[in-house]
Design a protein around this ligand. Structure first.
Ligand code: CA
Length: 230
């Protein structure tokens, strides 16, 4: 089955380059040049992946991401951001972008990230309904994407959710940052595994309230382990 990619980018030269390169890789590609057009195409075509420029005429890529994530937590979205814009990256990741690529990008790197995001998304499809992963009073349902601790619902971004799934599936095993990176991001982040620490911190904060037991433990010099409290 040919996977389809929607490119939302107003710079014609870049949009055209992306179309040619992605079609060469065998993807079906369509292009939208504004936030509004992007939203319409997304609704009509239900693409397998979106490449979304942040700076768009009309409403921004960030606003479009917000609208898409309100109804669709699954479809991978990779943001194209200006190198300088840390704010866009952070708010994009908070809103559930799967990854971001800074401009100017190397086409090989972009293609690698597209492949990784599609591979992770297809591996995630149709988990068994009704089966919960648990540690202590924390429970997670992969099919419905529900996460609860002591009965309280917890909202996670797609990446935080994937990270918690991986830790729960490997309960009591010490995992190093490279393993986590490969499983959750789909490739090694060009040697920079700090992002793992950042996301561990986000997830810990969300799953631990008040005097609840810490479930994710740091193993100094190695990485992390999730386990039931003693
Ligand atoms: Ca632009």
């Amino acid at each position: 089955m040919t996977e389809s990619i929607l490119v939302i980018e107003d710079e014609v030269r870049i949009a055209r380059l992306l179309q040619i390169e992605l079609e060469c890789e065998g993807y079906r590609v369509s292009i939208a040049g504004s936030g509004q057009q992007g939203l319409e195409r997304y609704q009509e075509e239900q693409p397998d992946l979106l490449l979304l420029d942040v700076m768009l005429p009309g409403f921004s890529g960030i606003e479009l991401l917000r609208r898409i994530r309100a109804v669709d937590a699954e479809t991978p979205v990779l943001l194209l951001t200006a190198k300088s814009s840390v704010e866009d990256k952070v708010s994009g990741l908070d809103l559930g972008a799967n990854d971001y690529i800074t401009k100017p990008f190397q086409i090989e790197e972009l293609l690698a990230r597209v492949r990784a995001a599609l591979r992770l998304a297809s591996g995630r499809k149709t988990p068994e309904a009704g089966s919960w992963l648990r540690a202590d009073d924390l429970e997670l349902n992969e099919a419905t994407r529900e996460v609860k601790r002591a009965g309280r619902s917890i909202e996670l971004t797609p990446r935080e959710f994937d990270l918690l799934v991986f830790l729960l599936k490997n309960k009591r095993q010490v995992l190093n940052r490279e393993q986590i990176m490969a499983a959750v991001w789909g490739y090694d982040y060009y040697g920079d595994t700090n992002i793992v620490d950042v996301y561990i911190r986000y997830v810990r904060k969300k799953i631990t309230q008040g005097n609840q037991e810490e479930l994710i433990h740091t193993v100094r010099g190695i990485g992390y382990v999730l386990k039931d409290s003693p």
